[in-house]
Design a binder for this molecule. Structure first.
Ligand code: LLP
Length: 434
Protein backbone atom coordinates (compact mmCIF):
# COMPACT_ATOMS: atom_id res chain seq x y z
CA UNK A 1 0.00 0.00 0.00
CA UNK A 2 1.93 3.03 -1.36
CA UNK A 3 4.79 2.46 1.16
CA UNK A 4 5.65 -0.70 3.04
CA UNK A 5 5.22 0.87 6.49
CA UNK A 6 1.48 1.16 5.87
CA UNK A 7 -0.81 -1.79 6.42
CA UNK A 8 -4.28 -2.98 7.41
CA UNK A 9 -4.81 -4.94 10.62
CA UNK A 10 -7.30 -7.64 11.57
CA UNK A 11 -9.90 -4.99 12.45
CA UNK A 12 -9.65 -3.58 8.94
CA UNK A 13 -7.97 -0.44 10.28
CA UNK A 14 -5.13 1.42 8.61
CA UNK A 15 -1.80 0.94 10.39
CA UNK A 16 1.40 2.93 10.17
CA UNK A 17 4.58 1.46 11.60
CA UNK A 18 2.37 -1.35 12.98
CA UNK A 19 0.21 1.06 15.03
CA UNK A 20 -3.56 1.25 14.59
CA UNK A 21 -4.32 4.76 13.31
CA UNK A 22 -7.95 4.57 14.45
CA UNK A 23 -6.95 3.62 18.00
CA UNK A 24 -4.42 6.48 18.05
CA UNK A 25 -7.07 8.90 16.81
CA UNK A 26 -9.36 7.77 19.64
CA UNK A 27 -6.58 8.08 22.20
CA UNK A 28 -5.20 11.48 21.16
CA UNK A 29 -8.12 13.06 19.30
CA UNK A 30 -8.15 14.46 15.79
CA UNK A 31 -6.70 16.02 13.75
CA UNK A 32 -3.60 14.02 14.59
CA UNK A 33 -0.19 13.77 13.00
CA UNK A 34 1.32 10.29 13.39
CA UNK A 35 5.01 9.78 12.68
CA UNK A 36 6.51 6.33 12.16
CA UNK A 37 9.84 6.76 13.93
CA UNK A 38 11.21 3.43 12.70
CA UNK A 39 10.66 4.56 9.13
CA UNK A 40 12.51 7.82 9.80
CA UNK A 41 15.44 5.85 11.23
CA UNK A 42 15.42 3.45 8.27
CA UNK A 43 15.69 6.31 5.80
CA UNK A 44 18.48 7.94 7.84
CA UNK A 45 20.37 4.65 7.73
CA UNK A 46 19.89 4.29 3.97
CA UNK A 47 21.41 7.72 3.37
CA UNK A 48 24.23 7.16 5.83
CA UNK A 49 25.17 3.71 4.52
CA UNK A 50 25.10 4.74 0.86
CA UNK A 51 27.08 7.92 1.45
CA UNK A 52 29.70 6.06 3.48
CA UNK A 53 29.92 3.36 0.82
CA UNK A 54 30.15 5.45 -2.33
CA UNK A 55 31.40 8.92 -1.42
CA UNK A 56 34.76 10.23 -0.13
CA UNK A 57 35.65 10.16 3.55
CA UNK A 58 33.89 12.85 5.58
CA UNK A 59 30.74 12.68 3.44
CA UNK A 60 27.50 12.74 5.44
CA UNK A 61 23.78 13.46 5.29
CA UNK A 62 22.32 16.49 7.07
CA UNK A 63 18.58 16.12 7.73
CA UNK A 64 16.76 19.20 6.36
CA UNK A 65 14.71 19.93 9.43
CA UNK A 66 12.44 22.45 7.66
CA UNK A 67 10.57 19.32 6.50
CA UNK A 68 9.56 18.50 10.08
CA UNK A 69 11.00 20.27 13.07
CA UNK A 70 10.29 19.51 16.72
CA UNK A 71 12.64 18.85 19.62
CA UNK A 72 12.17 15.07 19.53
CA UNK A 73 13.13 14.70 15.90
CA UNK A 74 16.53 16.30 16.46
CA UNK A 75 17.16 13.60 19.10
CA UNK A 76 16.30 10.86 16.60
CA UNK A 77 18.49 12.44 13.93
CA UNK A 78 21.40 12.82 16.35
CA UNK A 79 21.06 9.19 17.46
CA UNK A 80 21.25 8.13 13.82
CA UNK A 81 24.46 10.13 13.39
CA UNK A 82 23.15 12.58 10.80
CA UNK A 83 23.85 16.28 10.84
CA UNK A 84 21.02 18.76 10.43
CA UNK A 85 20.25 21.62 8.10
CA UNK A 86 18.73 24.46 10.12
CA UNK A 87 17.28 27.56 8.59
CA UNK A 88 16.35 29.91 11.40
CA UNK A 89 17.10 30.77 14.99
CA UNK A 90 13.91 28.85 15.81
CA UNK A 91 15.11 25.59 14.30
CA UNK A 92 18.48 26.21 15.94
CA UNK A 93 16.80 26.67 19.31
CA UNK A 94 14.81 23.43 18.99
CA UNK A 95 17.97 21.53 17.94
CA UNK A 96 19.89 22.95 20.90
CA UNK A 97 17.11 22.00 23.30
CA UNK A 98 17.41 18.44 21.99
CA UNK A 99 21.13 18.47 22.76
CA UNK A 100 21.92 18.22 19.05
CA UNK A 101 25.68 18.48 18.36
CA UNK A 102 25.68 21.95 16.80
CA UNK A 103 28.99 21.36 15.04
CA UNK A 104 27.00 18.98 12.82
CA UNK A 105 24.71 21.68 11.50
CA UNK A 106 24.59 23.71 8.31
CA UNK A 107 22.93 27.06 8.93
CA UNK A 108 20.90 28.13 5.90
CA UNK A 109 18.73 31.04 4.90
CA UNK A 110 18.88 33.70 2.20
CA UNK A 111 18.43 36.51 4.69
CA UNK A 112 19.98 35.79 8.04
CA UNK A 113 19.43 38.68 10.38
CA UNK A 114 22.16 40.11 12.61
CA UNK A 115 20.45 38.28 15.45
CA UNK A 116 20.57 34.98 13.51
CA UNK A 117 24.28 35.51 12.90
CA UNK A 118 24.94 36.14 16.60
CA UNK A 119 22.79 33.14 17.58
CA UNK A 120 24.64 30.91 15.12
CA UNK A 121 28.01 32.01 16.45
CA UNK A 122 26.82 31.57 20.05
CA UNK A 123 25.52 28.08 19.29
CA UNK A 124 28.68 27.04 17.48
CA UNK A 125 27.00 25.89 14.27
CA UNK A 126 29.31 23.83 12.07
CA UNK A 127 28.89 25.73 8.83
CA UNK A 128 27.15 28.91 7.89
CA UNK A 129 25.91 28.44 4.35
CA UNK A 130 26.45 32.01 3.23
CA UNK A 131 23.93 33.18 0.68
CA UNK A 132 25.15 36.61 -0.31
CA UNK A 133 27.77 39.32 -0.03
CA UNK A 134 26.02 41.30 2.69
CA UNK A 135 25.74 38.22 4.88
CA UNK A 136 29.39 37.35 4.25
CA UNK A 137 30.59 40.77 5.35
CA UNK A 138 28.30 40.87 8.39
CA UNK A 139 29.36 37.37 9.46
CA UNK A 140 33.06 38.17 8.99
CA UNK A 141 32.70 41.27 11.13
CA UNK A 142 30.72 39.50 13.87
CA UNK A 143 33.25 36.65 13.99
CA UNK A 144 36.21 39.07 14.15
CA UNK A 145 34.57 40.92 17.03
CA UNK A 146 34.53 37.61 18.91
CA UNK A 147 38.02 36.66 17.81
CA UNK A 148 36.78 33.46 16.14
CA UNK A 149 36.96 32.07 12.63
CA UNK A 150 33.70 30.60 11.33
CA UNK A 151 33.63 27.77 8.78
CA UNK A 152 31.44 28.60 5.81
CA UNK A 153 30.10 27.15 2.58
CA UNK A 154 28.95 29.47 -0.18
CA UNK A 155 25.53 28.92 -1.71
CA UNK A 156 26.04 28.77 -5.45
CA UNK A 157 23.29 28.70 -8.09
CA UNK A 158 24.28 26.23 -10.78
CA UNK A 159 21.68 27.47 -13.28
CA UNK A 160 19.72 24.34 -14.03
CA UNK A 161 16.00 23.67 -14.06
CA UNK A 162 14.97 20.39 -12.42
CA UNK A 163 11.38 20.75 -13.68
CA UNK A 164 9.68 20.47 -10.32
CA UNK A 165 6.92 22.92 -9.39
CA UNK A 166 7.97 26.56 -9.48
CA UNK A 167 7.63 27.34 -5.77
CA UNK A 168 10.27 24.74 -4.83
CA UNK A 169 12.57 25.18 -7.82
CA UNK A 170 15.78 26.80 -6.63
CA UNK A 171 18.47 25.89 -9.14
CA UNK A 172 17.78 28.47 -11.85
CA UNK A 173 19.80 31.66 -12.32
CA UNK A 174 16.69 33.70 -11.48
CA UNK A 175 16.38 32.63 -7.84
CA UNK A 176 16.32 34.46 -4.54
CA UNK A 177 18.88 31.96 -3.27
CA UNK A 178 22.64 32.06 -3.64
CA UNK A 179 25.04 33.48 -6.19
CA UNK A 180 24.69 32.40 -9.82
CA UNK A 181 27.71 31.09 -11.68
CA UNK A 182 26.40 32.46 -14.98
CA UNK A 183 26.49 36.14 -13.95
CA UNK A 184 29.94 36.01 -12.37
CA UNK A 185 28.43 36.61 -8.91
CA UNK A 186 29.59 33.18 -7.71
CA UNK A 187 33.22 33.84 -8.59
CA UNK A 188 33.03 37.30 -7.01
CA UNK A 189 31.72 35.98 -3.73
CA UNK A 190 34.41 33.28 -3.61
CA UNK A 191 37.08 35.95 -4.10
CA UNK A 192 35.50 38.04 -1.36
CA UNK A 193 35.24 35.06 1.01
CA UNK A 194 38.90 34.20 0.46
CA UNK A 195 39.90 37.70 1.48
CA UNK A 196 37.45 38.14 4.39
CA UNK A 197 38.93 37.67 7.84
CA UNK A 198 36.76 35.87 10.38
CA UNK A 199 35.52 33.23 7.95
CA UNK A 200 37.15 30.11 6.57
CA UNK A 201 35.84 29.01 3.19
CA UNK A 202 35.41 25.22 3.25
CA UNK A 203 33.47 24.69 0.05
CA UNK A 204 30.24 25.16 -1.84
CA UNK A 205 26.57 24.40 -1.51
CA UNK A 206 23.83 24.08 -4.09
CA UNK A 207 20.22 22.95 -3.80
CA UNK A 208 18.31 22.65 -7.03
CA UNK A 209 14.80 22.02 -5.74
CA UNK A 210 12.48 19.56 -4.08
CA UNK A 211 10.36 16.55 -5.09
CA UNK A 212 12.69 15.63 -7.96
CA UNK A 213 12.45 12.12 -9.37
CA UNK A 214 15.25 11.76 -11.92
CA UNK A 215 18.97 11.50 -11.29
CA UNK A 216 19.79 13.70 -14.26
CA UNK A 217 19.34 17.18 -12.65
CA UNK A 218 21.52 16.10 -9.71
CA UNK A 219 24.19 14.76 -12.05
CA UNK A 220 24.16 17.97 -14.06
CA UNK A 221 24.39 20.04 -10.87
CA UNK A 222 27.30 17.90 -9.65
CA UNK A 223 29.08 18.33 -12.99
CA UNK A 224 28.57 22.11 -12.96
CA UNK A 225 29.79 22.42 -9.36
CA UNK A 226 32.96 20.43 -10.11
CA UNK A 227 33.65 22.52 -13.22
CA UNK A 228 33.14 25.67 -11.14
CA UNK A 229 35.48 24.29 -8.44
CA UNK A 230 38.15 23.57 -11.05
CA UNK A 231 37.82 27.04 -12.57
CA UNK A 232 38.19 28.66 -9.14
CA UNK A 233 41.16 26.42 -8.33
CA UNK A 234 42.92 27.56 -11.50
CA UNK A 235 42.25 31.22 -10.82
CA UNK A 236 42.60 31.40 -7.03
CA UNK A 237 44.30 28.15 -5.98
CA UNK A 238 41.33 27.27 -3.73
CA UNK A 239 40.00 23.71 -3.74
CA UNK A 240 36.79 22.89 -1.78
CA UNK A 241 37.03 20.37 1.05
CA UNK A 242 33.22 20.07 1.03
CA UNK A 243 30.59 20.04 -1.67
CA UNK A 244 27.04 20.17 -0.31
CA UNK A 245 24.49 19.09 -2.91
CA UNK A 246 21.37 19.94 -0.89
CA UNK A 247 18.21 17.84 -0.81
CA UNK A 248 15.39 17.15 -3.18
CA UNK A 249 14.80 13.41 -3.73
CA UNK A 250 11.13 12.83 -4.52
CA UNK A 251 8.67 10.74 -2.55
CA UNK A 252 5.64 8.74 -3.78
CA UNK A 253 2.36 10.41 -2.80
CA UNK A 254 -0.03 8.37 -4.91
CA UNK A 255 -0.24 4.98 -6.59
CA UNK A 256 1.61 4.89 -9.88
CA UNK A 257 4.03 7.66 -8.94
CA UNK A 258 7.63 6.49 -9.04
CA UNK A 259 10.08 6.96 -6.23
CA UNK A 260 13.83 7.20 -6.73
CA UNK A 261 15.97 4.61 -4.99
CA UNK A 262 18.11 6.53 -2.50
CA UNK A 263 21.10 4.19 -2.66
CA UNK A 264 21.12 4.08 -6.45
CA UNK A 265 20.79 7.87 -6.74
CA UNK A 266 23.76 8.31 -4.40
CA UNK A 267 25.79 5.73 -6.34
CA UNK A 268 25.13 7.59 -9.60
CA UNK A 269 26.01 10.97 -8.08
CA UNK A 270 29.22 9.51 -6.60
CA UNK A 271 30.19 8.03 -9.96
CA UNK A 272 29.62 11.34 -11.71
CA UNK A 273 31.56 13.33 -9.11
CA UNK A 274 34.47 10.94 -9.18
CA UNK A 275 34.81 11.01 -12.97
CA UNK A 276 34.36 14.80 -13.18
CA UNK A 277 36.92 15.42 -10.43
CA UNK A 278 39.41 13.14 -12.16
CA UNK A 279 38.84 14.84 -15.52
CA UNK A 280 39.30 18.33 -14.10
CA UNK A 281 42.16 17.48 -11.76
CA UNK A 282 40.58 18.45 -8.44
CA UNK A 283 40.75 16.45 -5.22
CA UNK A 284 37.29 14.84 -4.67
CA UNK A 285 35.63 16.82 -1.86
CA UNK A 286 33.61 15.29 0.98
CA UNK A 287 29.94 15.42 -0.06
CA UNK A 288 27.10 16.60 2.14
CA UNK A 289 23.46 15.99 1.25
CA UNK A 290 20.39 17.51 2.88
CA UNK A 291 17.40 15.19 2.56
CA UNK A 292 14.18 16.36 4.16
CA UNK A 293 11.08 14.98 2.45
CA UNK A 294 12.67 11.59 1.67
CA UNK A 295 13.51 11.09 5.37
CA UNK A 296 10.16 11.94 6.94
CA UNK A 297 7.56 12.10 4.13
CA UNK A 298 6.24 8.56 4.06
CA UNK A 299 6.65 8.22 7.84
CA UNK A 300 3.71 10.56 8.37
CA UNK A 301 -0.03 10.07 8.34
CA UNK A 302 -2.65 12.64 9.34
CA UNK A 303 -5.93 11.39 10.78
CA UNK A 304 -9.09 13.51 10.78
CA UNK A 305 -12.68 12.93 11.79
CA UNK A 306 -15.29 13.21 9.06
CA UNK A 307 -17.98 15.80 9.67
CA UNK A 308 -20.33 16.51 6.81
CA UNK A 309 -20.70 14.45 3.64
CA UNK A 310 -22.33 16.67 1.06
CA UNK A 311 -23.35 15.55 -2.39
CA UNK A 312 -23.92 18.25 -5.00
CA UNK A 313 -25.75 16.32 -7.73
CA UNK A 314 -24.22 16.82 -11.14
CA UNK A 315 -21.06 18.23 -9.58
CA UNK A 316 -19.28 16.36 -6.82
CA UNK A 317 -19.36 15.11 -3.25
CA UNK A 318 -17.57 16.91 -0.47
CA UNK A 319 -16.32 15.33 2.73
CA UNK A 320 -15.42 17.89 5.36
CA UNK A 321 -12.84 17.06 8.00
CA UNK A 322 -11.89 18.68 11.30
CA UNK A 323 -8.60 20.09 9.97
CA UNK A 324 -7.58 21.45 6.60
CA UNK A 325 -5.22 24.04 5.17
CA UNK A 326 -3.89 25.10 8.58
CA UNK A 327 -2.43 21.60 9.16
CA UNK A 328 -1.77 20.80 5.49
CA UNK A 329 -1.50 23.83 3.19
CA UNK A 330 0.09 21.89 0.35
CA UNK A 331 -2.94 21.47 -1.88
CA UNK A 332 -3.80 25.14 -1.51
CA UNK A 333 -0.20 26.16 -2.22
CA UNK A 334 1.05 23.66 -4.78
CA UNK A 335 -1.97 21.58 -5.86
CA UNK A 336 -0.14 18.63 -4.31
CA UNK A 337 -1.85 15.31 -4.81
CA UNK A 338 -2.37 13.06 -1.80
CA UNK A 339 -3.81 9.62 -1.12
CA UNK A 340 -6.62 9.44 1.44
CA UNK A 341 -8.68 6.61 2.84
CA UNK A 342 -11.21 5.91 5.55
CA UNK A 343 -8.91 4.47 8.21
CA UNK A 344 -11.65 2.50 10.01
CA UNK A 345 -12.79 0.93 6.70
CA UNK A 346 -9.37 0.41 5.14
CA UNK A 347 -10.08 -3.14 3.98
CA UNK A 348 -13.23 -2.14 2.09
CA UNK A 349 -13.09 -1.25 -1.60
CA UNK A 350 -12.67 2.39 -2.66
CA UNK A 351 -16.09 2.92 -4.19
CA UNK A 352 -16.51 6.66 -3.76
CA UNK A 353 -14.94 9.86 -4.93
CA UNK A 354 -14.76 12.90 -2.66
CA UNK A 355 -13.28 16.32 -2.57
CA UNK A 356 -11.85 16.53 0.92
CA UNK A 357 -12.48 19.96 2.41
CA UNK A 358 -11.13 21.49 5.58
CA UNK A 359 -13.08 23.51 8.09
CA UNK A 360 -11.75 26.98 7.28
CA UNK A 361 -13.82 29.82 5.95
CA UNK A 362 -12.59 29.72 2.40
CA UNK A 363 -13.26 27.56 -0.65
CA UNK A 364 -9.59 26.93 -1.35
CA UNK A 365 -9.29 25.06 1.93
CA UNK A 366 -9.02 21.60 0.38
CA UNK A 367 -6.84 18.58 1.11
CA UNK A 368 -7.48 17.19 -2.34
CA UNK A 369 -10.06 16.94 -5.07
CA UNK A 370 -11.82 13.89 -6.44
CA UNK A 371 -10.00 11.48 -4.15
CA UNK A 372 -11.11 7.84 -4.40
CA UNK A 373 -11.80 6.17 -1.10
CA UNK A 374 -14.26 4.10 0.89
CA UNK A 375 -17.75 5.46 1.42
CA UNK A 376 -17.65 8.00 4.27
CA UNK A 377 -20.12 8.92 7.01
CA UNK A 378 -19.92 11.42 9.86
CA UNK A 379 -17.60 10.10 12.60
CA UNK A 380 -15.37 8.06 10.29
CA UNK A 381 -11.61 8.58 10.56
CA UNK A 382 -10.16 9.88 7.34
CA UNK A 383 -6.40 9.33 6.93
CA UNK A 384 -4.15 11.22 4.54
CA UNK A 385 -0.93 9.39 3.74
CA UNK A 386 2.61 10.72 3.28
CA UNK A 387 2.14 13.84 5.37
CA UNK A 388 5.41 13.59 7.33
CA UNK A 389 7.13 16.36 5.36
CA UNK A 390 6.06 20.01 5.13
CA UNK A 391 2.76 19.54 6.96
CA UNK A 392 3.39 20.07 10.67
CA UNK A 393 6.30 22.37 9.82
CA UNK A 394 4.05 24.53 7.62
CA UNK A 395 1.06 24.52 9.95
CA UNK A 396 -0.66 27.77 10.86
CA UNK A 397 -3.34 28.94 13.25
CA UNK A 398 -5.61 30.29 10.51
CA UNK A 399 -9.17 30.65 11.83
CA UNK A 400 -7.62 30.21 15.28
CA UNK A 401 -7.41 26.47 14.82
CA UNK A 402 -4.92 24.80 17.17
CA UNK A 403 -1.96 22.96 15.59
CA UNK A 404 -2.57 19.20 16.02
CA UNK A 405 -0.28 17.04 18.15
CA UNK A 406 2.50 14.82 16.81
CA UNK A 407 2.57 11.25 18.06
CA UNK A 408 5.55 9.06 17.22
CA UNK A 409 5.26 5.29 16.99
CA UNK A 410 8.16 2.89 17.31
CA UNK A 411 7.99 -0.87 17.66
CA UNK A 412 4.22 -0.52 18.09
CA UNK A 413 4.59 1.90 21.06
CA UNK A 414 3.15 5.39 20.72
CA UNK A 415 4.52 8.51 22.39
CA UNK A 416 3.23 12.06 22.41
CA UNK A 417 6.03 14.19 20.92
CA UNK A 418 4.24 17.51 20.45
CA UNK A 419 1.08 18.19 22.39
CA UNK A 420 -2.00 19.72 20.80
CA UNK A 421 -2.16 23.49 21.11
CA UNK A 422 -4.76 24.53 23.62
CA UNK A 423 -7.13 27.46 23.22
CA UNK A 424 -5.00 29.27 25.79
CA UNK A 425 -1.90 28.63 23.65
CA UNK A 426 -3.70 30.41 20.82
CA UNK A 427 -4.02 33.66 22.73
CA UNK A 428 -1.05 33.45 25.08
CA UNK A 429 0.85 36.28 23.33
CA UNK A 430 -2.18 38.49 23.08
CA UNK A 431 -2.29 41.39 25.52
CA UNK A 432 -5.80 41.40 26.87
CA UNK A 433 -5.22 44.48 29.04
CA UNK A 434 -4.40 46.75 26.05
N1 LLP B 1 18.43 21.93 1.56
C1 LLP B 1 17.97 23.15 1.27
C2 LLP B 1 18.90 24.27 1.22
C3 LLP B 1 16.60 23.36 1.05
O1 LLP B 1 16.17 24.57 0.76
C4 LLP B 1 15.72 22.26 1.14
C5 LLP B 1 14.28 22.44 0.92
C6 LLP B 1 16.24 20.99 1.44
C7 LLP B 1 17.59 20.86 1.63
C8 LLP B 1 15.36 19.77 1.58
O2 LLP B 1 14.74 19.41 0.40
P1 LLP B 1 13.87 18.05 0.34
O3 LLP B 1 14.83 16.90 0.48
O4 LLP B 1 12.90 18.09 1.44
O5 LLP B 1 13.24 18.10 -0.99
N2 LLP B 1 7.36 23.44 1.28
C9 LLP B 1 7.66 22.75 0.03
C10 LLP B 1 9.09 22.26 -0.02
C11 LLP B 1 10.09 23.39 0.16
C12 LLP B 1 11.50 22.90 0.10
C13 LLP B 1 12.40 23.95 0.65
N3 LLP B 1 13.78 23.58 0.70
C14 LLP B 1 6.69 21.57 -0.11
O6 LLP B 1 5.84 21.41 0.74
O7 LLP B 1 6.75 20.86 -1.09
Amino acid sequence: MLHDNYGINEKGHLTVGGADTVALAEKYGTPLYILDEDRVRLKCRQYKAAMEKYLPKGSMPFYASKALSFVGIYKIIAEEGLGSDIVSSGEMYAAKKAGFPMKNTCFHGNNKTDEDIENGLDAGVGYFVVDNREELLALGEAARRRGVVQDILLRITPGIDPHTFAAVNTGRVDSKFGSPIATGAAENIVALALSTAGVRLCGYHCHIGSQIFEADPFLRAAGIMVAFSADIKNKYGFSPAVLNLGGGFGVRYYEGQDEPDITEMIRLIAEKLSSECKASGIEPPAVFMEPGRSIVGAAGVTVYTVGSVKEIPGFRSYVSVDGGMPDNPRYALYSSVYTALIANKASLPCTDEYTVAGRCCESGDLIGERMRMQSAVRGDKLAVLVTGAYNHSMASNYNKLPVPPVVTVSGGVDRLAVRRQSLDDLIKNELTEN
